[in-house]
Design a protein around this ligand. Sequence first.
Ligand code: ATP
Length: 218
Amino acid sequence: MALFAVIGLGSFGATVATQLMSLKHEVIGIDLNKKYVESISDELTHAVIADATDEHVLDELNVQNCEAVVVAIGEDIEASILCVLHLKNMGVKKIWAKSKSKAHHMILTHLGVDKIIHPEEDMGVRIAQSLSYPMVSRYMALEDNRYLVKIEIHTEQSGIKLNQLMDHASEIKTILHKRGPVVQYILDPHLILKEGDILLVEGLLEPLRRLSKHFKNL
Ligand code: ATP
């Protein structure tokens, strides 16, 4: 059993953190976003709302004693770089970082990051991570970057109309709705979703990711 830290608990970071926990490791999760931290806090050894670009914060959290630190911040390249710099200065043994672009990759290489992860390029890994939200219970990769995804409606989405949910990703096609034993293929956009309902949707990865994020924020 080893101690790890995962910085950035978006879909990628949260997946890495929970996977490490399921492998019986200890994991400190850090994110600026209170909602992300709260949604995962029961599953991690320690989950903290903090700015990982602040070296004092990293110091207080004892990340230097971790076997490895995973920097799972992608969008905010500056934050990712600053955080890696501090981790390097603190003498963290192993740093893995997520990269979103070629420039980001180059900078991380120069900083001496041990492993650079490109979730966007590895389709198998990417879909698992991108869609690793609790409501996605199954998915199947079709051709041309299209996926078929089974979604389970939880309490948070209960009471929402189907069109309210799908408006966030109008490119996604809802193929069926199942409530108990009843399956419907022609769907009323005003259908009010209930906990336990199943939706089967199909679409490209990007809109599916958007839909996943919307679900997560409900
Ligand atoms: P994913 O695809 O994994 O959901 P993303 O690429 O959409 O990630 P990112 O911008 O990479 O999102 O951010 C991942 C997480 O990192 C977010 O939850 C964000 O709140 C967190 N984050 C960003 N900056 C910091 C920071 N300075 N300190 C701590 N967490 C941060």
